[in-house]
Write a protein that binds this ligand. Structure first.
Ligand SMILES: [Zn+2]
Ligand SMILES: [Zn+2]
Length: 142
């Protein structure tokens, strides 16, 4: 361990002010993850399966000792049109929102975005019938 690494482990909030440039192996899909190509200094999730680890309370602070796997559960669009991923910790249920990186797997992002549409809480073939029931007034009629 060189001196720079040592400083990283002991200094609180190191990653808030320093880019996270180390590479790691994704605990979920086993893919080696390097920070190059992320399009930002912070690579906090795997670009292949988009999973992350619960290590932060605030983005970049590395102050959580949970260490659970953060699963990507949803995507949302920020005001500026930028996509962000909602991660949920499998162990403690914490939620966090993270910017997508330039090289994040686009198909995985799309599949997360499409999930609610593919698994609607009612049968899709009844959609027409339901629209009819609503009678264009937005309220259900009998
Ligand atoms: Zn992965
Ligand atoms: Zn957690």
């Amino acid at each position: 361990m060189n001196r720079e690494n040592k400083r990283r482990s002991y200094e609180k909030g190191y990653y808030k002010t320093h880019a996270c440039t180390e590479s790691f192996t994704c605990k979920v899909c086993g893919r080696p993850v390097v920070s190059a190509g992320a399009g930002s200094g912070h690579r906090n999730h795997c670009p292949n399966c988009l999973s992350s680890l619960h290590v932060d309370n605030e983005p970049g602070d590395r102050e959580s000792d949970c260490g659970g796997i953060m699963e990507p559960v949803a995507v949302w669009v920020r005001k500026n049109g930028e996509w962000a991923v909602i991660h949920r910790c499998r162990r403690c249920g914490a939620l966090s929102s993270n910017r997508v990186a330039a090289d994040d797997n686009p198909m995985k992002l799309m599949s997360i975005a499409m999930k609610p549409l593919c698994l609607p809480p009612f049968p899709l073939e009844r959609l027409e019938e339901m629209t009819e029931l609503m009678g264009g007034a937005g309220s259900l009629r009998r």
